[in-house]
Design a protein around this ligand. Structure first.
Ligand SMILES: CC(C)(COP(=O)(O)OP(=O)(O)OC[C@H]1O[C@@H](n2cnc3c(N)ncnc32)[C@H](O)[C@@H]1OP(=O)(O)O)[C@@H](O)C(=O)NCCC(=O)NCCS
Length: 179
């Protein structure tokens, strides 16, 4: 399956990730400040970023869904990614559609992650007709927890992953026709 989703918001364009984004992924993922709450270490080689991009392209192919690059409309800067992912690793007992976001540090604090996440949920429910979207954030990750609350997700439980305590959030599609 191909993904050619383009989502436009007031200040952003979300578009499919491309192999030409690898250098931007490296800049994003080699910054230790970005990785404080991600439960693993920042990348150190371009090869790791190539694998990251290949993983997203594989999601597109397998599931017709995946994270999208966020580009700032006014400058055309690649500022990070957001969007949906069919998550098969985080919860032991089930797979689910995850909403996530990761931005280059110089773009934090402008409401971009909130804007991208809201548009992604709208696309998931009204474009893809998903039944439910979920998210997880380490309980100490104040900013991510603030965003997930702000976009209307409900915190329903906590769980442990890799020895870290995470909050679990869900939001359901209220369109009656969704499966
Ligand atoms: C998480 C991340 C994407 C946020 O991006 P962002 O564009 O700066 O987020 P936004 O500006 O949309 O929203 C941040 C919200 O957190 C709030 N916030 C910021 N610092 C806070 C704090 N210390 N305590 C509580 N809330 C805080 C802000 O007030 C803002 O809410 P507001 O718009 O209502 O004021 C960015 O910090 C990032 O890329 N972090 C690294 C990757 C990551 O941790 N991803 C999430 C994994 S769960």
């Amino acid at each position: 399956m191909e993904v050619n989703t383009i989502i436009e918001t007031e200040r952003l364009i979300l578009r499919p990730v491309k192999e030409t984004d690898i250098d931007d992924f490296f800049e994003l993922d080699s910054n230790p400040n970005v990785y404080v709450y991600l439960g693993r270490k920042p990348v150190t080689t371009i090869k790791q970023s190539e694998e990251m991009v290949a993983g997203i392209l594989q999601q597109y192919k397998e599931f017709g869904i995946g994270r999208l690059a966020i580009v700032k409309k006014d400058t055309n800067d690649f500022i990070g990614w957001s969007g949906l992912k069919y998550e098969q690793n985080l919860r032991a007992d089930f797979n689910y559609y995850d909403i996530g976001y990761r931005l280059k540090e110089q773009f934090w604090g402008n409401g971009y992650a909130t804007e991208a996440a809201l548009a992604s949920i709208d696309y998931g429910f009204n474009g893809l007709d998903l039944k439910e979207i979920c998210a997880a954030a380490e309980i100490e990750h104040k900013v991510s927890n603030a965003i997930l609350n702000k976009i209307g997700m409900q915190k329903t439980e906590t769980f442990i992953y890799n020895n870290k305590l995470l909050n679990w959030y869900t939001i359901r599609n209220l369109n009656e026709t969704s499966l």
